[in-house]
Design a protein around this ligand. Structure first.
Ligand SMILES: Nc1ncnc2c1ncn2[C@@H]1O[C@H](COP(=O)(O)OP(=O)(O)OP(=O)(O)O)[C@@H](O)[C@H]1O
Ligand SMILES: [Mg+2]
Length: 390
């Protein structure tokens, strides 16, 4: 997934003020921008291999057509477009025949520029995501009862993904009032969702990137609010917009959605490709989980979108898993063993489970959960898996 679009503006910098100011207004993707005079262009393209070159013809249309064609032959992977006052249809056609992907009218219009950048972004992302595995994935962890292990599983799963996709995983804490992802991962609470929302008016991908924390596994983290009162300022439209940015920045967004059906949580569950519905083998948790499944049905979610994760399997006094299966009419996607000592030690020592004891049942369970989710994503469609012992 591309994080920054590199763009070269070719032309005389004395005439580029308007193009530059318009391009700097683009917020939906960070842009690394360089200006190159025609004489320096070849060196700049050779060094930078940008995603896009925008040629400002500044009246010198024929010579720019020649240069752009030459550069297009030499740097075939670089997309290029033209800004010109030229209205002659034959000449414009010549640009397109030579490989231009767009011809923008001078003075450049904000909407035209946005369209061009989005077009290049789509092409680059298409190119990068030829394999299904490269697509964006949004995974929501949810339960309708507290204390079932949601935060433990979400944070350890994100770290599991980061082992393979370092820097491409974001762990988002949507438990607005008492989210403790940052505590589980032993990160001091430097930034949080509150900071992002405080700067919402000037939000762009760069600002968001600067508001994230990073765990040593390579997983980025956006913790929830700093204090319970802050929850008042968070709205579902904030989170929806923040999520749009995150989607463009990370291949995996793994979210602790918490235990409540609220506007914010539902708006996130709506857009998730996969909901891991976590339950434990006790009556209260199972009753609540069954209610959650009914609510998902009412919300119109496809059954394939929801996978049941049984945490604390084989805990003392557990309800027989065969009864769980019968009551849910739904397979258990993955089980994680009951292991209070490992879980408690991990939290108390500020370590993730695999770091504390990679051979513990619960650590292997998280690893297996990661594998099963990856397999689903590779298939590109959710499958009801067989009950899996971990
Ligand atoms: N597989 C497990 N075996 C034993 N204990 C576990 C397991 N998973 C989690 N726990 C423990 O259960 C407790 C609750 O876990 P966690 O905070 O992850 O749950 P939660 O659903 O996020 O809770 P909350 O309602 O507070 O958000 C913690 O003490 C954790 O160590
Ligand atoms: Mg929690």
């Amino acid at each position: 997934m591309i994080r920054e679009l590199s763009v070269v503006i070719a032309g005389d910098d004395r005439h580029l003020g308007h193009v530059l100011s318009e391009i700097r207004k683009i917020k939906f993707v960070p842009i690394h921008l360089e200006i190159a005079r025609p004489a320096q262009l070849k060196e700049t393209l050779g060094r930078m291999h940008p995603h896009l070159v925008i040629y400002d013809t500044d009246g010198d249309t024929n010579s720019i057509l020649k240069t752009a064609t030459q550069m297009g032959n030499e740097f075939a992977e670089v997309q290029w477009a033209v800004v010109s006052k030229e209205t002659d249809v034959d000449l414009i056609l010549q640009f397109f025949r030579s490989g231009a992907i767009d011809f923008l009218k001078d003075p450049i219009q904000a909407d035209d520029l946005k369209r061009l950048i989005q077009n290049v972004l789509d092409k680059v992302n298409d190119r990068d995501s030829s394999a299904k595995d490269d697509e964006h994935h949004t995974i929501a962890l949810f339960s309708t009862k507290g204390g079932v292990g949601l935060t433990t599983i979400a944070s350890n799963l994100a770290v599991e993904f980061a082992k393979k996709h370092s820097n491409d995983v974001l762990l988002l804490d949507l438990v607005l009032q008492h989210g403790n992802i940052a505590d589980v991962l032993d990160l001091g609470l430097q930034y949080s969702l509150t900071d992002v929302i405080e700067n919402f008016e000037r939000l762009d991908a760069k600002l968001l990137a600067n508001s994230l924390m990073k765990h040593k596994s390579g997983c980025y983290v956006l913790p929830s609010t700093k204090k319970p009162d802050d929850v008042e300022v968070v709205t579902s439209s904030h989170t929806a917009e923040i999520f749009q940015f995150l989607k463009g920045m990370f291949r995996y967004v793994i979210t602790d959605v918490g235990h409540e059906f609220s506007r914010t949580s539902i708006s996130f569950l709506d857009i998730a490709d996969l909901i891991l519905l976590v339950t434990t083998p006790d009556v209260l948790s199972l009753v609540n989980t069954r209610n959650a499944v009914d609510t998902f049905k009412q919300l119109g979610y496809s059954p394939d979108k929801i996978k049941l994760v049984l945490n604390r399997a084989r805990m003392k006094g557990e309800i027989d898993p065969s009864l769980i299966k019968k009551n849910f009419a739904m397979e258990i996607f993955c089980e994680l063993a009951d292991d209070p000592i490992t879980c408690l030690n991990a939290i108390n020592q500020g370590k993730v489970l695999s770091e504390l004891d990679k051979n513990a049942g619960v650590s292997k369970g998280v690893q297996r959960l990661g594998q099963l989710v990856s397999e689903l994503q590779k298939k590109g469609t959710a499958h009801v898996a067989q009950r899996t012992s971990c």
